[in-house]
Design a protein around this ligand. Structure first.
Ligand SMILES: *[C@@H]1O[C@H](CO)[C@@H](O)[C@H](O)[C@H]1NC(C)=O
Ligand SMILES: *[C@@H]1O[C@H](CO)[C@@H](O)[C@H](O)[C@H]1NC(C)=O
Length: 293
């Protein structure tokens, strides 16, 4: 392998593991990327690797980028929790598992963490990155006006979701699966804990709209997290009543047609059976037979 390529490989491996050691004797290995969910506990996994069976941790330090104070300190056999009790070491004492436990993970816990260990066999340092996500609530839909919608009205529909992170998006469909997202407008506000509330609005004119719409919320990985349907409530004088009457009328027409058809057939049959005794002229029988075919 060419020296440049070799160097690239070595660098690459070092970056992937996000770990390095100051000598060849002691190493720290961390999972490079940790993903967690808002409100859950997170383990930032790091392990000391040493060819020696025994070594003594003199000092252990967990820090987060852009923060002054250590999140956790272990020094001369004593654990010194930082200011935030949500951070603690997973295993106590002189253990090769130096993982940090983050309780009730918050969005603000996202970022790069560094762990440093000083032992009687040398020291080692490693980094790991934490990303946090939060699921959106299922959409809540509403319309203005909510009911008694008349043909001359414009109707604004709402699709609200809350508490998600990172920022997601909302998509609109009608009952024929036509995508109306481009005609909608979505606003997002960030809550104090950095999660997002999304409010999407979509306005239609009552005279030219379909009755049913649905909205879906997608997270930042483009995965659908929830879906909801809304049926627009048209006024009592319109739609519902009218369409029901029409449907009933249609049923009567069909049933009526069938009944009269059956009646005609029955009559014809009777006539044919009784034909000869009634002594009708044979000629009148012929055209009737043609008709029934
Ligand atoms: C959705 O949000 C809008 C704007 O904040 C609000 O007017 C509407 O009432 C909300 N709808 C529901 C069902 O919460
Ligand atoms: C976000 O939505 C939640 C739930 O509906 C609500 O309690 C909270 O006040 C909203 N926050 C903002 C900043 O709109």
């Amino acid at each position: 392998m060419a020296p440049a390529a070799w160097q690239f490989c070595v660098t690459f491996i070092a970056v992937i593991r996000l770990s390095f050691s100051t000598d060849h004797l002691l190493k720290m290995e961390c999972k490079g990327q940790h993903k967690s969910v808002f409100g859950q506990d997170t383990k930032l996994e790091c392990f000391l690797k040493s060819p020696y069976n025994e070594f003594t941790i003199i000092k252990l330090l967990w820090k987060k980028e852009n923060t002054e104070d250590a999140l956790f300190k272990f020094f001369s056999g004593m654990a010194d929790p930082g200011n935030d009790p949500r951070f603690e070491r997973l295993q106590p004492g002189n253990c090769t598992d130096v993982s940090l436990l983050v309780k009730n993970t918050k969005i603000t816990d996202e970022g790069k963490y560094t762990c440093l260990a000083v032992t009687d066999r040398g020291h080692a340092i490693a980094e790991t990155i934490l990303s946090v996500s939060a699921p959106y609530t299922n959409p809540v839909m509403s319309s203005m006006p909510a009911k008694n919608i008349r043909d001359d009205m414009t109707v604004t529909m709402f699709c609200n979701v809350s508490g998600g992170y990172p920022e997601g998006r909302i998509q609109w469909y009608d009952e024929y699966n036509t995508d109306w997202t481009r005609s909608s407008e979505t606003q997002s506000v960030q809550t104090k804990d950095r999660r997002y509330n999304l409010t999407s609005t979509f306005t239609v004119t009552a005279s030219s709209t379909t009755k049913q719409y649905s909205c879906s919320v997608f997270n930042s990985d483009d995965l659908k997290e929830g879906e909801q349907e809304l049926n627009l409530m048209f006024g009592p004088d319109k739609q519902e009543g009218d369409s029901n009457t029409t449907a009933v009328a249609a049923v009567f027409v069909v049933v009526g047609a069938l009944a009269s058809g059956i009646l005609v057939l029955a009559l014809l049959r009777r006539r044919r059976l009784r034909g000869p005794p009634l002594s009708h002229p044979v000629e009148t029988e012929e055209p009737l037979e043609v008709e029934t075919k």
